[in-house]
Structures are given as structure tokens and as C-alpha cells.
Design a protein around this ligand. Structure first.
Ligand code: G3I
Length: 469
């Protein structure tokens, strides 16, 4: 028996997160001064799961079913993690190898292990252009659309009530600078395939959080801007989406971006949870450790960043094993990256005491300085790339407040609006009017709200006009 397994048995089956809860319950019974002292001591968790739980987050890992007979692997898994993601076992090729014939043996094994050990499960992935069974690769049009909806429905129904979060759609945007959808057989069934998948997943399992998941979206760039525009539009139109997953596969060519936290925050500001779903960072030693700490600190600084999952346990378990990107070496020993991750979890932001914002994005409190005159004003900020842009417009009420408002933006010739969120747009070219929607028309004096739109072509310049009613 390995030492890890013995240690696990020695912990009397108390999951780390439950141990944290036990400490909290205990301190609640002693005098107030003592509570403070014990609560401080309790924040020094000794495992990733314990420490993350003390900060109100989960800490997870990808798991391969065929490794659940490896005692070193299982020892680390049970000791350190409280969320698991099946690495390949829930994908379309694994769960529906022949059309209409569903096989859940390997995925069920992981779910059973998780449930038996007090861990939760991230489902991965219901609809994806990759790892499709051959029969699906050969379908197109309405036959593929029907097959996709049936697959989402069947798999989400099989795991109904057992999944914390589903990656409903994975990697649907192209790399490069134009923010376009990735070409795939699914995309060719029509641009609405993503929202159709989300609606099917919600119907099948109303209790699971539904995520869009992608890579190279970790900082602000054309791809993440396009995802931002899509999920903003989903929120505005009531398409069921709860979270965005940031895969966070990093290496020297693609390091942790400087605006990582800001990017997580802007998605959280849409009223969505954000999750770090497949974290791995190639490298070694202090540099790798520092990068892991940076990622952890960023998540803890964003109250709606609800958890972090690494993409495997030991370096040798990784899909990128040669890059030694994980927290444990091939022998299962903790690396410097592990210590840095644990330390960052222990020194991070405590559990948020205020509930997270819900959509629509919160309006700002009235300023203490006198507001501008009656009516309203609008200002424009832009994120641009070659051939397109995302515009954010801030509308501020004048001294009378508003019951409703409309902002007008003049677009250059050849520019067109492709979608808008938190406002109702009229027209797509020339002078475009954006009126409030039901939830953001009423502003008190000096109060602000924001809406956005995405466009192709040259971005607009100047200040939008604003009228209040
Ligand atoms: O199971 C077969 C085995 O029978 C066969 O002998 C062997 C021969 O190559 O292949 C095995 O299957 C491999 C499978 O992993 C299980 O190890 C596939 O070839 C291999 O392509 C597959 O790779 C997976 C990859 O997704 C496929 O796209 C990786 O394990 C998995 O870590 C990786 O995960 C993805 C996420 O789902 C989405 N985000 C990116 C991430 C990394 O690509």
C-alpha cells in the first residue's frame, strides 16, 4: 500500500472541505475574541481542496478512468481535490460511439469515485467539433443538428443532478484576429447551434451550471471579445448560460496574460460565474511556481471565479507530459508549483460576504458631485481588432433621472452592427439607435448603466448622443 493511500485512510474519510466546515462549526461555539484567532489559524489549509474551500472555491483536476487503479494517483486525487473533470470519458466519441447507442461505463466510474469521496463533477463536453464519433463526423445539416440535440439531451439526462457544471459547448471560436466562429460541421448547421445546445442542456438538467469553455480566451483579444459578445447577447436574450470556462493552457509562447484577472472580471460583470477549467503551465521551478500563483491570485480576486481545475495530477498524466506542466512530478511528489499554489490559496481573498451580482450589470451608485443637467449623456469605449470591434456605451442620467433612454451612434460608411446586448438596437448601419431594455431604463439622477454592441468594419468615433424620457 502506498503512503498516500495510508494517509488517506488515516484521515478517517473526512473530506478536506468538510474538515474546514468542522473547524468553522467549532469556532462558532467559542467566545468572539477566540473566534477571530481560530478563524485566522483555520485559513492555513494544508491541501488544495481545503484551502480553496476556505476561500469559497473548489479545486479540481482532470481524471482518466483508467488511472483509478493506480494507488499513488488515487491517493493524491482523494487528498488534494474536491472536483473532477473526466478528461475524455464524457466526450461524444466516448459516450455515443454508434448513433443512438450510449456507453457510460468509463464516465460512470469517475462519477462514482467522485461521489464516494465527496467530490463534485464538471461534465466535459457535450458539443464540440473535436472527438466526435465517426458517424457524427459524416453527418451534416438537419441530421447533424438533430443528432447533436439528442446527444446533449441523452447525456445530460443520464447525469441529471450529478453535475456541478457542464461544458455545454467547447472551443467554438476560431483562433486568429477576426473573432469568427470556428468552421466545423456543427457551425455549418447554422449559427444558432450553440444556443440550441444550451437550451437542450437546461431542459435535461436544470440544476447543472451551463458553461461555454474555450482556450486562448484568457486575456482580452479578438477571440475572447467574440466570446464576450456572444455570452452578453445570450444574457440579454435569456439563452440559458451560467458560466464561462477559461481553459488556461499556458507555456512560454503563451504565458499567463497581464490582463488575466481583468478579463475574468469583465465576464463576471456580465452576471456569469467564471471557472478556470484546464489549467496547466509548462515549465519548472520558480518561474512555473510564480505563474501558478498568479493564476490563483487572479481567481481569488474575482468573487465570481468559483473554482480552479488543473488538467491532470502528475506531470506524467498530462496530455503535454514533456512540458512538465502540473503540480506533482511523475513520482507524485509536490513541486514548487504546488507549494506556490497552496500558499496563494491560503493568502488569498476570503469568502465574499456579499452575494455576487446578477445580470444585468449593476448600475453605479449616484455620485456625490451634482449630476449633469436633465436628459442623459453617453460615452463610448472600444476594443478593436483588424476588421471589427466591441463597443461599450455608458449612459448616465441627468438631474431628472430617466424612465427610459436612447443613445444614437453614427457608424462610418461600410461599418455594421452584428449584435447588441443590454439595449434594443434599430438598424445596423449609418445612424443606429440603441434604446433601453426593460431592466435598465430607469436611472436615478447621475446613475449610469452600460450596454454594448459588436460590429464589423471601422469602429465609430466621437460621443454618442443621448435622449431621456
Ligand atoms: O484511448 C486511446 C488508446 O486506446 C490508443 O492506443 C491511443 C493511441 O494514440 O489513443 C488513446 O486515445 C487518446 C486519448 O487522448 C486518451 O489518452 C487519443 O489518441 C488522444 O487524442 C486523446 O487526447 C486528448 C485530447 O483532448 C484530444 O483532443 C487528451 O487526452 C485530453 O487531455 C485533451 O483534452 C482537451 C480538452 O478536452 C479540451 N481542451 C484542450 C484539451 C487538450 O487538448
Amino acid at each position: 500500500m502506498s503512503s498516500s493511500t495510508a494517509r488517506d485512510r488515516g484521515s478517517a474519510r473526512v473530506r478536506p472541505d468538510r474538515r474546514a466546515a468542522l473547524v468553522s462549526a467549532t469556532v462558532g461555539t467559542v467566545a468572539a475574541g477566540m473566534v477571530l484567532a481560530l478563524a485566522t489559524a483555520a485559513s492555513a489549509g494544508t491541501t488544495l481542496a481545503t484551502s480553496a474551500a476556505e476561500k469559497g472555491r473548489y479545486f479540481g483536476t482532470a481524471v482518466a478512468a483508467n488511472k483509478l487503479s493506480d494507488s499513488t494517483y488515487v491517493g493524491i486525487l482523494n487528498r488534494e481535490f474536491n472536483m473532477v473533470t473526466p478528461e475524455n470519458e464524457m466526450k461524444w466519441d466516448a459516450t455515443e460511439p454508434s448513433q443512438g447507442q450510449f456507453t457510460y461505463t468509463s464516465a460512470d466510474r469517475i462519477v462514482s469515485h467522485a461521489q464516494a469521496n465527496g467530490m463534485r463533477v464538471r461534465g466535459h463536453a457535450l458539443a464540440w467539433h473535436s472527438q466526435q464519433p465517426g458517424w457524427a463526423q459524416n453527418l451534416s445539416g438537419s441530421a447533424l443538428r438533430s443528432a447533436m440535440v439528442n446527444h446533449v439531451t441523452q447525456v445530460a439526462t443520464h447525469y441529471k443532478g450529478k453535475i456541478h457544471s457542464w461544458d455545454v459547448v467547447n472551443e467554438a471560436f476560431a483562433d486568429g484576429g477576426n473573432g469568427a466562429r470556428r468552421d466545423s460541421n456543427l457551425q455549418r448547421t447554422g449559427n444558432d447551434w450553440i444556443e440550441v445546445a444550451f437550451r437542450a442542456a437546461r431542459t435535461a438538467d436544470p440544476s447543472a451550471k451551463l458553461c461555454y469553455n474555450d482556450y486562448n480566451t484568457d486575456g482580452q483579444n479578438a477571440k475572447s471579445n467574440a466570446v464576450y459578445a456572444m455570452v452578453s447577447d445570450f444574457k440579454a436574450r435569456g439563452v440559458p448560460i451560467d458560466c464561462v470556462g477559461f481553459q488556461s493552457h499556458f507555456n512560454s509562447a503563451s504565458p499567463v496574460p497581464g490582463d488575466y484577472q481583468a478579463n475574468l472580471q469583465r465576464f463576471a460583470n456580465l452576471g456569469l460565474d467564471v471557472q478556470i477549467t484546464e489549467l496547466d503551465i509548462e515549465g519548472s521551478g520558480t518561474a512555473q511556481a510564480n505563474s501558478y500563483a498568479t493564476v490563483v491570485r487572479a481567481c481569488l480576486a474575482v468573487s465570481r471565479c468559483t473554482g480552479i481545475s488543473v488538467w491532470g495530477i502528475r506531470d506524467t498524466d498530462s496530455w503535454r507530459a514533456s512540458g512538465t506542466p502540473l503540480l506533482f512530478d511523475g513520482n507524485g511528489n509536490k513541486k514548487a508549483a504546488y507549494t506556490a499554489t497552496l500558499d496563494a490559496l491560503n493568502s488569498g481573498t476570503p469568502i465574499p460576504t456579499t452575494p455576487p451580482p446578477t445580470t444585468p450589470p449593476p448600475t453605479t451608485p449616484p455620485p456625490t458631485t451634482p449630476p449633469p443637467g436633465a436628459g442623459c449623456t453617453a460615452s463610448l469605449s472600444l476594443q478593436t481588432w483588424t476588421g471589427g470591434f466591441v463597443a461599450t456605451v455608458r449612459v448616465t442620467a441627468g438631474s431628472s433621472g430617466t424612465n427610459g433612454w436612447a443613445a444614437t451612434v453614427t457608424l462610418p460608411s461600410g461599418t455594421a452592427v452584428t449584435n447588441a446586448w443590454n439595449a434594443q438596437s434599430s438598424g445596423t448601419t449609418g445612424t443606429v439607435r440603441f434604446a433601453n431594455v426593460a431592466y435598465n431604463g430607469r436611472l436615478t439622477a447621475g446613475q449610469s448603466t452600460e450596454f454594448g454592441f459588436q460590429g464589423v468594419g471601422t469602429p465609430p468615433a466621437g460621443t454618442p448622443s443621448c435622449t431621456a424620457s
